[in-house]
Design a protein around this ligand. Structure first.
Ligand SMILES: Nc1ncnc2c1ncn2[C@@H]1O[C@H](COP(=O)(O)OP(=O)(O)OP(=O)(O)O)[C@@H](O)[C@H]1O
Ligand SMILES: [Mg+2]
Length: 264
């Protein structure tokens, strides 16, 4: 059975989508079947994999309102082991439509029920808020991965996120775990990056992944070509950063894959 991991942080622009796309693609590149679910109305994971979000007919929205089944929304990508559930701007409406539904926090969990049997990993790219869409993602997940940008005020707002995780844990999903914190946009040349990394490690201790994501222009360019970085520039430092993160994630979860040939 696969593992469902939400990539979440309500702060905007910290590297959620870059991490979701490139972690998912790296897992797929090392032959772990992976599904990327875009649950952000901005649809950046969708366009980042080369799909024009405006032209998507069946998206995560249709799946969540129950008008289509998973196999009608899941798409193949350029990577054989990577599939995608695209998003659409109309997902904004879903958040409003869901408000007076009972069990509104469990809509995604119910919509993707059983899919973890088909994949090693399901990665969910969350929007930059702690609203109903992110709560749905956390409720549907086994764990949450938190990207933290190596910038001033890196830790700001994380208390709020941890509090939300605690509430979900207590009331909606008793199995939710923190997969770890990933330092993003790390620039070895600046003292600031090192200071932030030290501060985050002091706060989260061994919950911080050893693999650090370098600041790398290739990571920023790749989405405009509709490709994960591994297909855009496989030897770039950005590509290597996410491959290392994928390997570390697999090692951390090795009991899930003890029978996998990749791991042997
Ligand atoms: N390691 C990196 N090196 C260089 N640029 C990066 C890196 N990670 C992310 N970026 C760039 O920073 C910007 C924000 O990244 P991204 O879209 O992944 O953040 P996000 O948290 O998903 O944003 P939002 O909150 O809007 O969903 C993008 O332009 C992206 O290309
Ligand atoms: Mg994003």
């Amino acid at each position: 059975m696969g593992k469902i991991i939400s990539v979440a942080n309500q702060k905007g622009g910290v590297g959620k989508t870059t991490t979701a796309i490139n972690l998912a693609a790296s897992l797929a590149a090392i032959e772990h079947s992976t599904l990327l679910i875009d649950i952000d109305p901005q649809s950046n994971s969708t366009s980042g994999l080369g799909i024009d979000a405006k032209s998507v007919e069946n998206s995560i929205y249709e799946l969540m309102v129950g008008s289509v089944k998973p196999d009608e929304v899941i798409r193949n990508t350029d990577l054989p082991y990577l599939d995608l559930v695209p998003s659409h701007i109309n997902l904004v409406g879903a958040e409003i439509e869901m408000v007076d539904k009972s069990q509104r926090e469990g809509v995604l969990r119910d919509a993707i029920e059983g899919l973890e049997e088909q994949y090693d990993f399901i990665i969910i790219d969350c929007p930059p808020s702690l609203g109903l869409l992110t709560i749905n993602a956390l409720t549907a997940s086994h764990s949450v991965l938190i990207p933290v940008q190596c910038e001033y005020f890196a830790l700001e707002g994380l208390g709020q996120l941890l509090n939300t995780i605690k509430i979900v844990l207590q009331h909606l999903n008793p199995n939710l775990d923190i997969e770890g914190v990933v330092l993003t946009m790390y620039d070895t040349r600046t003292r600031l990056s090192n200071q932030v990394a030290d501060e985050v490690r002091r706060y989260f201790d061994d919950r911080v992944f050893e693999s650090v994501i370098a600041r790398n222009i290739r990571l920023a360019e790749a989405p405009s070509f509709g490709k994960p970085v591994i297909l855009y520039d496989s030897v770039s430092i950005g590509s290597k950063s996410y491959l290392a993160l994928a390997r570390e994630l697999i090692t951390k979860n090795k009991e899930l894959f003890k029978d996998s040939p990749v791991f042997a």
